[in-house]
Design a protein around this ligand. Sequence first.
Ligand SMILES: Cc1ncc(COP(=O)(O)O)c(C=O)c1O
Length: 365
Amino acid sequence: MDALPESVPFVGPEALERSRGKAFRARIGANENVFGPSPKAIKAMQEVVSEGWQYGDPENHDLRHALAKFYDIHPTNVMVGEGIDGLLGYLVRMFVEPGRKVVTSVGAYPTFNYHVVGYGGELISVPYVNDRENCRSLAAMAQKVRPALIYLANPDNPMGTWNRRDEISEMLDSLPQESLLVLDEAYIEFAPSEAELPLEIDDPRLIRFRTFSKAYGMAGMRVGYALGEENLISAFNRVRNHFGMCRVSQVGALISLADQENLRNIVNKVDKAKDRIGFLAEKNGLKALESGTNFVAVDGGKDGQFARILLAELVNRDIFVRMPLAAPQDRCIRISAGTKKDLDYLEEVFPIALEKSYQLYSDAE
Ligand SMILES: Cc1ncc(COP(=O)(O)O)c(C=O)c1O
């Protein structure tokens, strides 16, 4: 155990508020969905809170069956778990033993890396190309090192960019037989249709992960799911925490899934908020990257040092935002789609924070 590095993939906004001694005015840094859960789901969850003395159904029967119906697949192709993060932990526990190689991209989703390191795996990372995770580089590295897993978030966090379905198919066709593609589709509901690989559920070469945290606005309820070939899915039963799901969350996810009209409204609101962040960036002389997610990466136009200053200046003005961790993506800051109130405030303070950042940056040169 002592050999394990003590790392935290993300420091939460609550921890930052405690260390600042002050609350944030705009919480637009964790890619949460500020528009919240479906009102129908809120009502259903309120109604079952009094059943909180009961464990949740360890088989997640109703939710798995509803998801199977939604995707027109069999319930044995669906595994529900404590968010994608929890399910990624189980997957890595199943596939990665000490010394086993895993391929990902430099600066891609850190929680996946955290699990790999925790189980003693060896991470091998390839660079992004033009701010996108690159399917060809991932496949070429996989051919070379024959990893247990290859990770691709599509669309990607932290850049919001995506690969097209033909690019992912081509990668799948060139992976070594012993390598499983981990396709993290946390943001797929926000993505353009070209990003969505058709669901070939019996294809044993990949496993897909989706969540109720983003488009369904339920990050705090912790519900994610894996879609894949039956044997792969049933293997989760060997390692998962069978009573890990919260009873209230199970109901909330079930009702949210049925409320697709709400989902469409949310995606619309998120699109409008992203457009507004794009205009705001442009108005201030910066460029926003096109995004298939619920956040926008805004290019600071300089290097990581400048983006870190800008981020700190926004945080100093009570705006919680985050930024990519690795170069060259770390020239950007990442702003989640906010409410009108969040973005009004951002619009007010952004030029001031930017101006101050230019000053501090040139003073340091
Ligand atoms: C790429 C990616 N995967 C997974 C997650 C976490 O999903 P969940 O809340 O279902 O654990 C996030 C959250 O930011 C994410 O960006």
